[in-house]
Design a protein around this ligand. Structure first.
Ligand code: HGY
Ligand code: MN
Ligand code: MN
Ligand code: MN
Length: 398
């Protein structure tokens, strides 16, 4: 089979046009937004044009199916609220190109997938999480986004095209190409990363309820200020984590919603996201205990009521050794001396798929290590090299 690099690049740029932010190459294409639905509709047309069969499942995960049992290649085409053009899109279009090249050559059998809501508008990586069986559709339907919309409401926009979930045994494995989203390859000058494992993630939503009041008349000593409670929580958390974490451990308060968010009002309520990631399951659990204990203490100290959402997440996942080996052989052939094994610090659909089939991942460099930002980018030559390495490995595996 022969991949067409120009067709691959043209489709990658076409996908970017859905939800193009107008700032650099950035995109705004969150799951189930008008841009996401338009992008999926276009992808389904490209799948049909390639002689593959488009299939939307109830979540809006979109497959392009080859006949019979096949190797699945892909990623996700939704984006962060402010996202880069390659995060997810690269793996989907690489999968599309390889699946159609394989189809045109009369084999091997390769299917493509674009998972839905990998970026966690609802939950963490909802599309692959539900398909893998980790979370039921019923549970996922109750998930709410930052605006109070439920998953059940949001996925209604794709209800007309939805068919059943596909059986996992239709696929022999899943391979995902992605940008690294960190600085390691860019700094070392290497071109390909073969992923050995994906770190685990935990995510919960916390609400602190104090007493909304007048910012001029309420003495400091009697305030129940939700923002001050969060500020103390944040400072104290870093101090308590210090004995538990390694330099590879990360934690983030990335979403904060302050109510009513006005200069002359002592804030009565804050709702925020608390996310932490590490490759070690025990460490994730120890961090969770620290968060829960501290939240309770902060509630008492600042006279605020603490409400904790469920802890969501995915455990650390090793990649399949045979797929790693196929990727390593292809990288040695096509990128000799400029590839390495590495851990993924970002989460991917592959982490969910690892529960139901053999999975592997391939990384290409991110310029300056930037991602989840409009200025995310990768050199064109690196995108093409990644496609060639992936195609070589897929040929060996399928
Ligand atoms: O946040 C992540 O690691 C993924 O991109 N959703
Ligand atoms: Mn991604
Ligand atoms: Mn992402
Ligand atoms: Mn007044």
């Amino acid at each position: 089979m022969q991949v067409d690099e120009q067709r691959f690049l043209a489709d990658l740029h076409r996908l970017r046009s859905f939800g193009a932010s107008g700032v650099g190459k950035g995109v705004v294409r969150p799951a189930y937004s008008a841009a996401d639905v338009a992008a999926r509709t276009w992808l389904a047309q490209r799948i049909s044009a390639a002689g593959l069969v488009p299939h939307f499942d109830p979540l809006g995960n979109l497959f392009g199916l080859a006949e019979g049992r096949s190797l699945l290649v892909g990623s996700h085409s939704d984006s962060q609220p402010e996202g880069g053009w390659l995060d997810g899109a690269l793996g989907v279009i690489a999968g599309l190109e390889i699946a159609r090249a394989a189809r045109a050559a009369g084999g091997p059998a390769v299917s493509v997938v674009s998972f839905q809501d990998e970026e966690g508008r609802f939950g963490v990586t909802t599309g692959s999480e539900v398909w893998s069986g980790k979370t039921s559709l019923k549970e996922a339907d109750q998930f709410i986004d930052n605006t109070g919309t439920t998953m059940a409401q949001a996925r209604g926009v794709l209800a007309d095209v939805a068919q059943d979930f596909l059986p996992h045994d239709r696929f022999s494995g899943f391979v995902e190409m992605h940008i690294e989203q960190g600085p390691a390859l860019d700094q070392s000058g290497e071109k390909i990363g073969v992923v050995t494992d994906i770190v685990g993630i935990r995510d919960m939503r916390i609400t602190l309820d104090g007493q909304q009041n007048h910012a001029g008349t309420t003495p400091m000593a009697v305030r129940q200020d939700a923002f001050q409670a969060l500020a103390t929580f944040n400072m104290e958390l870093a101090r308590r984590f210090a004995n538990v974490v390694t330099p590879a451990t990360v934690w983030t308060i990335g979403h904060v919603s302050l109510h009513p968010n006005a200069a002359s009002i002592v804030p009565g309520r804050v709702r925020f996201s608390m996310q932490w990631r590490d490759g070690d399951l025990d460490r994730l659990t120890r961090m969770e205990q620290i968060i829960l204990e501290l939240a309770k203490e902060i509630g008492q100290r600042h006279s605020v009521t603490v409400s904790l959402g469920p802890v969501m997440g995915i455990d650390p996942k090793p990649m399949d050794v045979n797929i790693q080996a196929a990727l390593a052989v292809a990288a040695t052939d096509l990128a000799p001396g400029v590839w390495r094994n590495m851990t993924s610090g970002a989460l991917h659909d592959a982490a969910n798929m690892a529960s139901v089939m053999p999975v592997g991942m391939l990384f290409v460099p991110s310029i300056n290590g930037i991602s989840h930002a409009f200025d995310e980018d990768t050199d064109e030559a690196d995108l093409v090299l990644g496609l060639r390495v992936l195609a070589r490995a897929v040929q060996a595996l399928a």
